[in-house]
Design a protein around this ligand. Sequence first.
Ligand code: ADP
Length: 392
Amino acid sequence: MNEKDVPALLALFAQQSSENALLIMDPAGAIVWCNGTCERLFGYPGSELRGRPLRSLFTPEDADKRIPEYELHVAAHSEDVNNDRWMLRADGSRFWATGNTVGLRNKEGKVTGFAKILRDSTDVKEQLETLRNQLKSVADSDQHKTRFLATLSHEVRNPLSALASGVEIMRQQPAMVSDTLGMFERQLKHLYRLAEDLLDVTRISTGKVKLDFQVHDIREPIANAVESVGPLLAGRRHRIDQHILDVPLLVRADPIRLEQVFSNLLANSAKYTPEGGQIELRASTGAGEVWVHVIDNGIGIPPETLPHVFDLFTRGDSASAQATDGLGIGLSLVREFIELHGGSVQVRSDGPGKGSEFTVRLPLADATDRMATSYNTPRSTDTSVDAAQPES
Ligand code: ADP
């Protein structure tokens, strides 16, 4: 073999290369020759490719922007053009092509045609997209964590400053001790709750949550939650209407965790509803499940925030603007705990100012569980409690 054999070998390469699609165009951009890979890649028989303008293989968006003409123009007047872009198959589907277009000049430098070589790199493009998305979500979660640390610092500093001023008051006015102790108790409770929530997040992420499953009437944790959120509801002069089915609603669950779930939902309704608001608590059954709805007529949730409210460290803008306490942890714990019980939680809001509705669905205890447990404590229901007593 010697140099004079090269043109024939190049022709064989062009015909036999299984990865590279090769096209030869005339100076006007009409295809005059292509190899078998080109037919396979674009999904046209060679007879339909020959004579076809190159631009018909471009996506309509690129063709509208006159990219095919631009590509040939640059190849004709300066140098090879990279042509990494989506291209169109005969059936309308697309693939990510990477390659080059070359202007073919004769001895006088006149462009006598073009050659285009490309390959299908859709998988690489997809991997890149996946990596890009992963990078973005890492960056987002990093940003969330930074924001979380900032909020956490405030959340801890505020009660600490209150405690510090309490100490000062007691030092200067010993008569104020009993008043100040009440405040101490509240602030310490707040800090304790904060630490517990943070520990729960860690327990969940390390799979170390312990649930104490018991068959019980879900109306008990609901009632306990209403009681524990009572001072907050009263402090904000909210009215709470309860429509709870008047029969035992037996579930197999951890009553302490359920109380935590309903307290979180009720506390959010209280926080994100302007003073004197209306909160509704409903419990009913259907399709082997118990449904608990917590509904408020508060600030509502914008549609773009709705899909993220259950994500860890998510705080709505309005939440930060209102500077209410909270770290963006509560709803994520609600979802985790409910899912660990085989249930689900959903949110609905018609938008800012239109209130919110959270629905918890849990499986009812099955027949065997029910028979093993006797209940004689149907609690009275359908009550309206005007929680208008401010916290003392
Ligand atoms: P936070 O500690 O901020 O209250 P949550 O995880 O409990 O954290 O809630 C996440 C975000 O969801 C809140 O910051 C708020 O923007 C929004 N949200 C939760 N409950 C309600 C509600 N009842 N009404 C309006 N917005 C709510």
